[in-house]
Write a protein that binds this ligand. Structure first.
Ligand SMILES: Cc1ncc(C[n+]2csc(CCOP(=O)(O)OP(=O)(O)O)c2C)c(N)n1
Ligand SMILES: [Mg+2]
Length: 341
C-alpha cells in the first residue's frame, strides 16, 4: 500500500527552511531532536529485551512528522492531545529524556502517571499535554471540546490532536471532526498515516484515497504532507495554526510516514509487512534525508554530526541511569490521581 510514497523522493532544495520561516538554528535544533528521539527509541527497545520495560511502543520513522509539527506549536500555551506513538512530539514540546525514560520504566518521576499507568500515555500538566485513554480515537472529541472552550473564552490557543490512520475509522474520530466542522473550532487534526493499524493495511481501513479527503465532509481544509520531511510538516501545521487563530476553523493534516519497528514489543510485523517494503522505506529514513538536506544547506558537516550523535547518546545514558535509580511508586500512592480529588 501507499507505493507511490515509496517511489516519491523528498525534494528539499537547500535553504528551503527559510522560506517556511525557520531559522538556521531552528533546523539544526530540529535535527538534534530527531537524533535524540531515535537514540531514546533504540535504548527503549534494548531495555524491553532486557525485561526492564514491559511494553515498548515508539516513534522511529515518525520523527520528521512529529518534530516538524511540534516546532509549529507553542508549548505550555496551545493544547496538545497526543497519541501513544508521539514520543518525539512530546520530547520536542518539552518532556525531558529523563521523564520519558521514567515513563517507560514505570518510575515515580514519570510525569504522566507517576509510574502507575501503562507507558506511552503521554501527558504533562505544565505543557498543556492532555492524557489520553487507551481506546484509539477517544482523544479526538476531547480535542473538539477543548477547542470549543477556547473559542467561547476568546483565547487564541490552538488545540492539536494526533492519531494514526487506523483511528480514523472510529466513531469518536468522526464525531470529533463533525462537531469541530459545525462550530468551526480552532483545532488541528493531525493524522500520522504509516499505512498500517497493527496488521491492518490502509486499504482495509479507509475507503477513499487519503484521510485528508474526508475533510470536505466536515467543512474543513484537508492537507496531505510528506511526513518524512520536517520542514513540509512544520509549514502545514504552522498554516493550520494561523488559520485556527484567525477564525478560519479546523484543519485535517495527513502526514505520510512509516513506522520502522513492529507496532509494539507485542507484535511481529514480518507476518504482514514484506521486508522489501520496510527496506524501501528505510532508504527514506527522515533522519538521513534531513542530514543530507542540512549538509547541502551548509549547516551541518560530519564533525558536527558526530558531536550531535555523541551528545544524544550521552543524554540517553544519563536519562537511563537516573530513571533506573528512581524508585517505583509507593503502594500508598495507589489511588492518587485515579479519581478526581
Ligand atoms: C478502539 C480500539 N480498538 C483497537 C485497539 C487496539 N489497538 C491499539 S493501537 C491499534 C492500531 C492503531 O493504528 P493507527 O491508528 O494507524 O496508529 P499507529 O499505531 O499505526 O501509529 C489498535 C488496533 C484500541 N486500542 N482501541
Ligand atoms: Mg497507522
Amino acid at each position: 500500500m501507499l507505493k507511490d510514497q515509496i517511489l516519491t523522493e523528498t525534494y528539499t532544495p537547500p535553504g528551503r527552511h527559510r522560506e517556511a520561516g525557520l531559522t538556521d538554528e531552528q533546523v539544526v535544533d530540529m535535527y538534534r531532536k530527531m537524533v535524540l528521539a531515535r537514540a531514546i527509541d533504540e535504548r527503549v527497545w534494548t531495555l524491553g529485551r532486557l525485561g526492564k520495560v514491559h511494553f515498548v511502543l515508539t516513534s522511529a520513522g515518525h520523527e520528521a512528522a512529529q518534530v516538524g509539527a511540534a516546532f509549529a506549536l507553542r508549548p505550555g500555551y496551545d493544547w496538545i492531545l497526543p497519541y501513544y506513538r508521539d514520543m518525539a512530539l512530546v520530547l520536542t514540546l518539552g518532556l525531558s529524556p529523563y521523564e520519558i525514560m521514567a515513563n517507560f520504566l514505570g518510575r515515580r518521576d514519570d510525569p504522566c502517571s507517576r509510574g502507575r499507568q501503562m507507558p506511552v500515555h503521554w501527558s504533562a500538566r505544565r505543557l498543556n499535554i492532555v492524557s489520553g485513554s487507551s481506546p484509539v480515537g477517544t482523544q479526538v472529541p476531547h480535542a473538539a471540546g477543548i477547542a470549543l472552550a477556547c473559542k467561547l473564552r476568546r483565547e487564541d490557543r490552538v488545540t492539536f490532536v494526533s492519531f494514526g490512520e487506523g483511528a480514523t475509522s472510529t466513531g469518536d474520530w468522526h464525531e470529533g471532526l463533525n462537531f469541530a466542522g459545525i462550530h468551526q473550532l480552532p483545532v488541528i487534526f493531525f493524522c500520522e498515516n504509516n499505512g498500517y493499524a497493527i496488521s491492518v493495511p490502509f486499504r482495509k481501513q479507509v475507503a477513499c484515497d487519503s484521510v485528508a479527503d474526508r475533510a470536505a465532509a466536515y467543512r474543513m481544509v484537508g492537507v496531505v504532507v510528506d511526513g518524512m520531511d520536517p520542514i513540509a510538516t512544520y509549514a502545514a501545521v504552522k498554516a493550520a495554526a494561523e488559520r485556527a487563530r484567525g477564525g478560519g476553523g479546523p484543519t485535517l493534516i495527513e502526514a505520510r510516514c512509516y513506522r520502522f519497528t513492529p507496532h509494539s514489543s507485542a507484535d511481529d510485523d514480518r507476518t504482514y509487512r514484506p521486508r522489501e517494503e520496510v527496506e524501501a522505506w528505510r532508504r527514506r529514513d527522515p533522519i538521513v534525508l534531513f542530514k543530507n538536506y542540512l549538509m547541502a544547506s551548509g549547516l551541518l558537516n560530519e564533525d558536527l554530526d558526530r558531536e550531535i550523535q555523541a551528545w544524544a547518546r550521552a543524554e540517553v545514558d544519563e536519562a537511563t541511569d537516573r530513571a533506573e535509580a528512581c524508585p517505583y511508586p509507593d503502594i500508598s500512592e495507589l489511588y492518587t490521581h485515579v479519581y478526581g480529588s
